[in-house]
Design a protein around this ligand. Structure first.
Ligand code: IMP
Ligand code: MG
Length: 181
């Protein structure tokens, strides 16, 4: 139902912004001695998959990649208790960690993940999110790098889904009527 989708960000706009973010992160981590301890970029599956791929390809320094799958017992668009479905395999002790997330909504998913990773004694943890819905925040959680601030509606595409649909779209769109999606 294409006419139920309103394009918010085109593929070109997304690609341009992702390159800007990668350039900023490359600069910010340029003093890290990557030959000894490469920063670990963690992709939160599944939503961040395209953002993670495009971002990390444009980091002009040696890094490591890892993947985690978190899930909240979601009831439609309301997030509940959190669970780690699939953990990273990298030992992050003493390393710089950059969590790459698709979207921060209530902030609960990231808060849970950051608290969990902190117990493993990384040198630092930063958050890079593609989208930020600031008005929806329920817990204290801010990203260090934000692709785009967006309003409250439910968005899909570029990895983000509605009931596992629309992830493969190369652009970002808002669902106008979720009951018809
Ligand atoms: P939070 O824990 O409420 O911050 O929820 C974050 C997670 O909810 C994201 O990682 C997404 O998986 C999902 N989510 C929140 N808003 C949207 C949206 O507009 N579209 C698709 N997924 C969303
Ligand atoms: Mg997510």
């Amino acid at each position: 139902m294409k006419n139920n989708l309103k394009v918010l960000l085109t593929e070109e706009q997304i690609q341009k912004r992702v390159k800007e973010l990668a350039a900023q992160i490359t600069l910010d981590y340029s003093s890290v001695d990557n030959s000894i301890r490469r920063p670990v970029f963690i992709c939160t599956l599944k939503g961040a998959v395209y953002f993670f791929a495009d971002l990390t390809k444009n980091i002009k320094r040696p890094i490591m990649l890892d993947f985690a799958k978190l899930s909240s017992y979601r009831n439609g668009t309301v997030s509940g208790d959190m669970e780690m479905q699939s953990d990273i395999t990298t030992d992050i002790e003493g390393r710089d960690v950059i969590i790459v997330e698709d979207i921060i909504d209530s902030g609960k998913t990231l808060k849970f993940f950051v608290e969990l990773l902190k117990k493993r004694n990384p040198k630092s943890i930063k958050i890079c999110c593609f989208l930020d819905k600031k008005e929806r925040r329920e817990v204290d959680m801010e990203a260090d790098y934000v692709g785009f601030d967006i309003p409250c509606g439910f968005v899909v595409g570029y990895g983000l889904d509605y009931a596992e649909k629309y992830r493969e779209l190369p652009y970002l769109a808002e669902i106008l009527d979720p009951s018809k999606a």
